[in-house]
Write a protein that binds this ligand. Structure first.
Ligand code: HEC
Ligand code: HEC
Length: 286
């Protein structure tokens, strides 16, 4: 355009002939820059993600819909052998937990669906989780930083131990080795579970386990509990931590903890029976 000077303006015809190619070139340039700049941004977040959801939807239709229904609305299968819950709103964390521990897809009906070698690959689990999460909001898969306990201090592990004994021992035993629950159910041993699944179990509360949402139990408390369980897993002493730092009181402390644990167990047991006892006078059949 250096030839276009005010003193030598091109004729109107020349200018209108120039306009089309210039607009065309500008559009091409805009398109190119969009293509170059945007893939890591908006288009990148949208395209592959909806592709992943679509892939998850297909996997779900084949592997999960027979029990959970084609739209994850829940249902019965095998003449009612399985009553599968609705998955609307359970979130990506529940899917990741259930499928990565091999509990899902369920195979044999029973009091409790056991863990097994996972059937799906990491990518497929991510797709299934993305699909279920796309149906309704629910707990997301926690970021790795929230369960990374590689730098946990002894103090955090100790704190985690206190929280564990308050919130988890009643079912999982003070050493995390698991325990039986009524009606053929059980709380599994925590000796082989991963930090990510400890977090997700707390977040989603599988089976009888309560949900420890982030409002009920802060993420940093969850991380301390994970640090404690990981320390238990790594400890060579099957009785639990060496408690070296606690010095001569450690034995007494263990006795105290076990005593409290027993009291908690008894309290839970009594608590679970009270409603039946109380209801009896109202029930004509009894
Ligand atoms: C044979 C039947 C069956 C199949 C197949 C099956 N499920 Fe399930 N699913 C169940 C039952 C039954 C439960 C309830 C389990 C329980 O309470 O322990 C359940 C529970 C779940 C839960 C926990 C829901 C919650 O409230 O936390 C998730 C998530 C889940 N299934 C996902 C899946 C996915 C994903 C697939 C496919 C890969 C799948 N299931 C395949 C029967 C099935
Ligand atoms: C009321 C009893 C109860 C309490 C309290 C409880 N859990 Fe659980 N927990 C269970 C049951 C039952 C299961 C098995 C669920 C299933 O198989 O679907 C379980 C499963 C788990 C799993 C999965 C293990 C695996 O191998 O996949 C983890 C991890 C876990 N619990 C951690 C905890 C932590 C940490 C706490 C305390 C913050 C806790 N639980 C409190 C009953 C309980």
């Amino acid at each position: 355009m250096h030839s276009v000077r005010p003193s030598a303006r091109p004729s109107a015809r020349f200018r209108s002939r120039l306009r089309l190619p210039v607009i065309g070139a500008a559009l091409v340039l805009l398109g190119l820059s969009y293509a170059v700049l945007v893939p890591n941004g908006a288009a990148g977040a949208d395209g592959p993600q909806s592709q992943q959801i679509e892939e998850g939807r297909k996997l779900f239709a084949v592997g999960c819909a027979s029990c959970h229904g084609l739209h994850a609305q829940g249902g019965t299968n095998g003449g009612g052998a399985f009553t599968a819950p609705s998955l609307i709103g359970v979130g990506a964390a529940a899917v990741d937990f259930q499928v990565s521990t091999g509990r899902m897809p369920a195979q044999q009906p029973g009091a409790q669906i056991p863990q097994k070698t996972p059937v799906y690959s990491q990518d497929e689990i991510a797709a299934l989780a993305a699909y279920v999460a796309s149906l309704a909001p629910g707990p997301a898969i926690p970021p790795a930083s929230s369960y990374d306990v590689s730098k946990a201090t002894q103090e955090e592990v100790t704190r985690g131990g206190l929280l564990f004994r308050t919130n988890c021992t009643a079912c999982h035993n003070f050493a995390g080795s698991g325990g039986a629950l009524p009606n053929g159910k059980y709380a599994p041993s925590l000796m082989a579970t991963t930090p990510r699944n400890i977090y997700q179990a707390m977040l989603t509360g599988p089976q009888q386990m309560p949900v420890f949402s982030d409002q009920v139990m802060r993420p940093e408390d969850k991380r301390d509990i994970i640090a404690y369980i990981v320390a238990l897993q790594q400890s060579k002493d099957p009785g639990g931590l060496g408690l070296g730092r606690l010095g001569p009181v450690s034995e007494g402390l263990w006795g105290w903890i076990i005593g409290i644990g027993l009291l908690v167990a008894v309290a839970v047991w009594i608590g679970s029976r009270v409603p039946t006892v109380r209801r009896e006078p109202d029930e004509p059949s009894h």
